[in-house]
Design a protein around this ligand. Structure first.
Ligand SMILES: C[S@@+](CC[C@H](N)C(=O)[O-])C[C@H]1O[C@@H](n2cnc3c(N)ncnc32)[C@H](O)[C@@H]1O
Length: 319
């Protein structure tokens, strides 16, 4: 196995290649070969010779041989004589590779057109794949502890937390594990998927579009982790005003994201948002300070998380 960035045991950041540090992204050729092997059934047909694999999976022999050769170079398969075998990998790392391959395709399809028109995409562009909550959870895992601690530092005694756009629920579970009452809000389709598991872990859920319906407060902290980066300035200004109104006086908002200017990864993240959202961006610190001030927040602090190098912006509702 080569020292691929997704090798289990290395950092999640390095595995999240679209947001990898400069110079650490997975080779795009390996990503696409891996994705093709997953989707075509090539991996499922291993072990065997190229001919056996092609026969079992119903694939062309020359193409199978070519892709197998590259998978060996990438470290995802081994060859002993003419026989190929799959290298077992961590399922999370595998899912990250496929996510990266899809992002790569998306960038190649829409980035050029979006330089001219923000929501453009060629007719043939595949729509973005549905969110892989397990992949998002894997990427978020290293920051759950620091983010939960930062929120608890600002949580007024006896109040609840809202994990807004909480998705997989890793943050909400982090609060529940500290016996803090917590509600996770997400879109109905997501809440349908995660709700039963979260209920079992003591997390309440609220299904609703955060642009139209926020979980009824009051809350002591509202956490927005990698959510505001999906939206444009107008939507975020409205969102922060709405969050202000569901906080107790003295309660705080906590925003986690990549902030332009604080890490070079934010520049890749900005392009990711350009390709995957209609108005999102790696909004910078000054922008958040302006929005938060306008919404009535004070005591604004920005701190950097270590890995992934996101930042956390916290601010308090004063009155
Ligand atoms: C990038 S994920 C972040 C998940 C989690 N907070 C984290 O940091 O890993 C964005 C989440 O926001 C949710 N979301 C997007 N638009 C939303 C909306 N209009 N209302 C509520 N949730 C929304 C998505 O379903 C998804 O779970």
């Amino acid at each position: 196995m080569n020292p691929d960035p997704t090798t289990p045991g290395t950092t999640t950041l390095r595995g999240h290649s679209m947001m990898a540090e400069p110079g650490h992204a997975t080779d795009w050729r390996h990503l696409l070969a891996h994705e093709a092997a997953v989707e075509s059934g090539l991996y499922d047909a291993l072990p065997g010779t190229a001919a056996e694999v092609a026969e079992r999976a119903g694939l062309g022999l020359d193409a199978t041989r070519a892709v197998l050769g590259l998978l060996v170079v990438a470290g995802y398969a081994t060859a002993t004589g003419t026989r190929f075998e799959r290298v077992p990998q961590d399922p999370e790392a595998e899912a990250l590779l496929v996510t990266q391959a899809r992002a790569l395709r998306r960038w190649s399809q829409v980035l050029g057109p979006r330089l001219r028109s923000r929501t453009a995409g060629p007719e043939a562009a595949r729509p973005p794949a549905p969110l892989r909550l397990d992949t998002l959870a894997a990427v978020a895992r290293p920051v759950v502890g620091p983010v939960v601690r930062a929120c608890l530092n600002r949580l007024p005694a006896g109040s609840r937390v809202l994990d807004l756009g909480g998705g997989h629920g890793a943050f909400a579970r982090g609060f529940a594990a500290q016996d803090v009452p917590v509600v996770l809000q997400d879109l109905p389709a997501v809440v349908d998927r995660v709700g039963p598991g979260l209920a079992a872990d003591g997390v309440q859920v609220h299904a609703g579009d955060l642009h139209e319906d926020l979980a009824p407060g009051p809350f002591g902290v509202v956490l927005l982790s990698t959510v505001t980066n999906m939206f444009n300035a107008r939507l975020n200004r409205d969102l922060l005003a709405g969050v202000h109104d569901i906080l107790v006086p003295g309660g705080s908002i906590a925003i986690v994201s990549y902030l332009r200017g604080r890490t070079p990864i934010a520049d890749a993240f900005a392009v990711q948002m350009l390709c995957f959202s209609d108005g999102g961006d790696a909004h910078d610190e000054d922008v958040y300070r302006t929005w938060l001030g306008t919404a009535g927040f004070t005591d604004i602090e920005v701190n950097d998380l270590r890995e992934p190098p996101q930042s956390i912006v916290v601010a308090t509702r004063s009155g």
